[in-house]
Design a protein around this ligand. Structure first.
Ligand SMILES: *Cc1c(COP(=O)(O)O)cnc(C)c1O
Length: 351
């Protein structure tokens, strides 16, 4: 099959328009381009959107994770539970603070941290659990919260997702977000920490900025610029529209890819999935299928580049290993056009 569409279909793309351009241009013309009023407004709007007391903007999701761990005083000698099938940034953050990452396997249906296995991994040294909501669907927050260890929700892939009657980001003692180019909303690079605990927010705010302090301690330059925040504010305003389009695309995939030799995403009735990724499981030959689809002009990929146990040379994570061997992520982003989606569906049906 040859592509009947002129351009290569990217796996993911930011959704940017004239409103973002105008907002950025206004900041540049003002001369106030580093952290200022726009950052503070963006923080307020994010905390209102999530429904939490406060937010602190930083320059990446990685920085947000780092400062979240520091605010909980996680350090050498402590353990942090993290799922094995997730973004490497989480492993990095645990290592930045010199704590020990404790890898835990994931649930075969949600691909999220498996609460029963997390419970077995608890020790006296467990200081926190980092819970990413993978691919846009909430982890099992009720069971994870019941473990009695501070949860850091990682909402980098799930801004706008819901769990029972609340948005994700409102459950952990702290929550982190990423605004990297291809996340749910973008500022190019960027991140945020939210919390309902004023003391934790104060610590995060203190640590992101190294200058003009009375006493010395190690601090960072993790500040967001007003240029980025201006873009982020426009993006947050567009989020409901973008979520609606993602759900529409996911529904087209769900309606047309059922009954084939693929595992479709499992959608939980008590969770609102925002389809950061549309991940299907193939029963074999993943690499060949990825290559075939690329030849047809469609960029598909593994949704997690490598599970973390590969990097740490550990074994004993059968679910993550099996999912990694089978998971294929299809293009999904608000600007994907209907004819492109139909072409992707036809192509996937054929491989
Ligand atoms: C992207 C991502 C991060 C890291 O965010 P950056 O802004 O790239 O540093 C962390 N956790 C998860 C789950 C992510 O998807």
């Amino acid at each position: 099959m040859k592509t009947d569409l002129a351009e290569f279909i990217s796996h993911s793309r930011p959704t940017l328009g004239d409103e973002e351009k105008a907002a950025v241009a206004e900041v540049m013309a003002s001369g106030q381009i580093a952290e200022g009023e726009k950052v503070h407004l963006f923080e307020r709007e994010m905390s209102q959107y999530i429904g939490v007391q406060g937010a602190v903007a930083v320059n990446s999701g990685s920085a947000a994770l780092h400062l979240a761990l520091l605010s909980l005083k996680v350090g050498a000698g402590d353990q942090v539970i993290i799922p094995v099938y997730t973004c490497t940034a989480i492993l990095n953050a645990v290592c930045y603070v010199k704590a020990e990452p404790v890898l835990v396997d994931v649930d075969p249906h949600s691909y999220n941290l498996e609460p029963a296995k997390a419970k077995k991994a608890l020790t006296k040294k467990t200081k926190a659990i980092i819970v990413p909501h993978m691919f846009g669907q909430a982890a099992d927050l009720a069971e994870l919260s019941a473990l009695g260890v501070p949860l850091i929700e990682d909402c980098a892939q799930a801004l706008g997702a819901g769990y029972q009657d609340k948005k994700v980001g409102g459950f952990g003692v702290l929550s982190v977000y990423s605004f990297y180019a291809t996340k749910m909303i973008t500022t190019g690079e960027g991140g945020m920490v939210t919390s309902n605990q004023a003391d934790l927010l104060t610590t995060v705010r203190d640590l992101r900025h190294y200058d003009q302090n009375e006493s010395y301690k190690i601090r960072y330059n993790y500040k967001m610029t007003d240029i980025a925040a201006a873009m982020g504010r426009v993006q947050l305003g567009k989020l409901p529209q973008m979520l609606a389009r993602r759900k529409q695309i996911a529904q087209m995939y769900l309606d047309n890819l059922g009954g084939l030799d693929f595992g479709l995403p499992h959608i939980y009735a008590d969770r609102e999935h925002v389809f950061y990724r549309f991940v299907i499981l193939v029963s074999g030959g993943l690499e060949e299928k990825i290559n075939q689809l690329r030849k047809m002009g469609i960029d598909c990929t593994r949704p997690v580049y490598k599970p973390l146990h590969h990097y740490l040379s550990q074994s004993g994570f059968p679910v993550a290993q099996a999912v990694w061997e089978q998971a294929l992520s299809l293009p999904i982003y608000p600007t994907l056009r209907d004819e492109q989606i139909r072409y992707i569906i036809r192509s996937v049906q054929g491989v």
